[in-house]
Design a protein around this ligand. Structure first.
Ligand code: ATP
Ligand code: MG
Length: 220
């Protein structure tokens, strides 16, 4: 039995307390060894993020500074071609070996998009998935938004904290975390409207945003 490593991907444009609480609470409830934050480089499933990858990477580093369980991995940011999670996981599997449990962390909205990910069913050969509920995607209605195949995948792979520690990959677990209705979209919109999003994200990240004028206010 080995403590799983959590892998947390996102555009993090910018990283905020919703992300950090998800990582912190899943570290505790799943007894993770560590969480590796992986900012996306060129995400295949959505419009390209408006903020250059290097800035999103620095903001993630500022946000996790001082937490010995958290680290940031720049591998997707450094790619010049679209980075697919399947490729990242193949590389991480080589790095950590066959026995190490690896667990992808994501919010409930991201899980709903899974069927659009490249070779998504093969992800379960390489990792577990831990899904955290997120405001706007409540536990009760969440499953109704899934395709039949995704719902069936969830049902057959449903595991427990123990099974996540006992095998290297293949299980899904769903967890409630402190509901924080924070999104990067809201933070960007707030800044672009000339308002202050402080207390939704770390001060160091907000200072960085101001220094580099990342989401400038739109002229009236
Ligand atoms: P955007 O509004 O630009 O989509 P976001 O706030 O959703 O940004 P992402 O970088 O898209 O942040 O999300 C990365 C991961 O974090 C996803 O798996 C997402 O579900 C999860 N996540 C983001 N915000 C929260 C939150 N407030 N609570 C729980 N999970 C969250
Ligand atoms: Mg999002």
């Amino acid at each position: 039995m080995q403590a799983p490593i959590g892998i947390f991907g996102g555009t993090f444009d910018p990283i905020h307390f919703g992300h950090l609480r998800l990582a912190e609470e899943l570290t505790e409830s799943l007894a993770l060894k560590q969480v590796v934050f992986i900012p996306t480089g060129w995400p295949p499933h959505r419009n390209r993020p408006q903020t250059p990858a290097d800035h999103r990477l620095f903001m993630a580093e500022l946000a996790i500074a001082g937490n010995p369980h958290f680290s940031v991995d720049a591998r997707e940011v450094r790619r010049t071609t679209p980075a697919y999670t399947i490729d990242t996981l193949i590389a991480l599997r080589e790095k950590y070996g066959d026995q190490q449990p690896i667990c992808l962390l994501m919010g409930a909205d991201a899980f709903l998009g899974l069927p659009w990910w490249r070779r998504w069913q093969e992800l379960f050969d390489l990792a577990h998935i831990a899904v955290a509920y997120r405001p706007g995607f409540p536990r009760e209605s969440w499953q109704n938004s899934m395709s039949a195949l995704l719902r069936q995948t969830l049902e057959t792979r449903l595991g427990s904290v123990q099974t996540l520690h006992e095998s290297a990959a293949g299980r899904i677990i769903t967890l409630s975390i402190t509901a924080l209705d924070i999104s990067a979209t809201y933070i960007r919109d707030t800044l672009q409207a000339g308002r202050n999003p402080r207390y939704l994200l770390p001060d160091a990240v907000l200072d960085y945003i101001h220094t580099h004028q990342l989401y400038p206010a739109n002229p009236e």
